[in-house]
Design a protein around this ligand. Structure first.
Ligand SMILES: *Cc1c(COP(=O)(O)O)cnc(C)c1O
Ligand SMILES: [Zn+2]
Length: 388
């Protein structure tokens, strides 16, 4: 197994300290695992039940992540299954990727890492590094949210505030990585090895089926892409007949993937960062944007955008059903609005696509042909992270 550049195909040893190729391309792993149901460790109730399908790792650094509940919920008159990713040890789905990455780094003998993030990725990395006794430095934008900073600090990570926009923190971390290891949720392909287990779990929880469709709050797309790879494994193993349609939901304020998808762009446009309460997906340049767009097109999904008002409404709607999530996690549920036929149209054939000039055209209405097949939305982060 090695790292392969997705742009030029160059290979790098897994022990490399490089986090991307000389051509700036991002890495993926040279081999994909084969999913074998008989290899599931059914007595392990964490994502490590799929250890046989993960890259070879000496010793898992685990806090009991994964194997999250799946409960019925509804919004906009639509039933769906909520996958409670906020049950994770640090309160967000990021732990799926981190447990695999930190186990890998431990195996390499890495004893110090750096990362840039103002939020959940950093909190997750800090926790697992504490567990693995790896020194952890986090470069954060000086104006990052206090609740998440407190969590990062509590795990014993060193916080280094950087003035200016988000990109400055990234650049500072990348410089520091020259004498450390850049344990990046964005760039390390090991993160996707962890997030792919979301698909495996759903397949088990749905009784050996894939959902019909899934909606994700999407910034760098690590959960969406992980799910894509996981379902691909199941598909390639002949265990599911079709892939779920994957929908990325972005904030109107910062929606580069929306523009690429709707305008059929061949390069990532320069969008402004904008202001939004969905801080976890305020990402101007998703590193794996090409792979994300390909996965969405291939599965018949789409990209949609939502406003802060819609996010707030969706968050409230979830809380009224006992599900308390942070604003970023409510984004995907807010996206249901666009995918739901207005009540007056219910029971009649829908115009296809639904007219919606303002948003640049609507995606195909979800649910057509979904039939018995379920709609699943991961609830990615806990409301306790952003109580106000
Ligand atoms: C990181 C994060 C996301 C977005 O994940 P990406 O991999 O960047 O698409 C969504 N919700 C929460 C709560 C997050 O922490
Ligand atoms: Zn390259």
């Amino acid at each position: 197994m090695s790292f392969v550049c997705t742009e030029c195909g160059r290979e790098f040893d897994l022990a490399t300290r490089r986090w991307r190729c000389e051509c700036d391309g991002v890495f993926e792993l040279s081999e994909r695992s084969r999913f074998r149901p008989e290899a599931i460790s059914a007595k392990i109730f964490s994502l490590w039940r799929y250890r046989a399908m993960l890259p070879k790792l000496k010793e898992p650094i685990s806090l009991g992540e994964g194997w999250t509940p799946l409960v019925p919920a509804q919004a906009y008159h639509r039933e769906f299954l909520a996958k409670l990713e906020f049950f994770a040890p640090t309160g967000s789905f990021k732990d799926r990727g981190t447990t695999v990455l930190v186990s890998f780094l431990r195996g390499l003998g890495v004893n110090a890492v750096v990362e840039d993030s103002s939020g959940n990725a950093a909190a997750s990395l800090s926790a697992y590094c504490a567990r693995a006794k790896i020194r952890c430095q986090i470069f954060v934008p000086a104006q990052a949210s206090p609740a998440k900073l407190a969590q990062i600090r509590a795990y014993g990570a060193e916080l280094i505030p950087i003035e200016g926009p988000r990109e400055n923190a990234a650049r500072a971390a990348q410089q520091a990585a020259e004498s450390s290891y850049y344990a990046s949720h964005v760039y390390s392909p090991l993160i996707l090895e962890g997030t792919k287990t979301l698909a495996y779990e759903l397949w088990e929880q749905l009784g050996g089926r894939a959902p019909g469709a899934m909606l994700f709050p999407t910034g760098h797309g690590t959960l969406l892409l992980g799910a894509y790879y996981g379902f691909r494994d199941l598909f390639d193993a002949g265990l599911i007949e079709r892939m779920p349609a994957l929908y990325a939901v972005q904030s109107q304020a910062c929606a580069p993937l929306f523009r690429v998808f709707r305008e059929n762009l061949s390069e990532l446009p320069d969008v402004s960062q904008g202001e939004t309460i969905a801080e976890g997906i305020r990402i101007r340049r998703p590193a794996r944007w090409r792979a994300i767009i390909r996965a969405i097109r291939e599965t018949g999904g789409s990209v949609i955008t939502v406003s802060d008002d819609e996010i707030i409404a969706a968050r409230r709607e979830l809380a009224r059903q006992g599900l308390y999530v942070e604003p970023t996690a409510a984004v995907a549920v807010a996206g249901l609005r666009d995918l739901t036929p207005p009540p007056s149209l219910k029971g009649r054939p829908l115009p296809h696509p639904l007219p919606d000039a303002e948003r640049g055209g609507s995606p195909p209405p979800l649910g057509e042909g979904l039939g018995e097949r379920s709609l699943v939305i991961p609830l990615t982060g806990s409301g306790l992270k952003a109580p106000s």
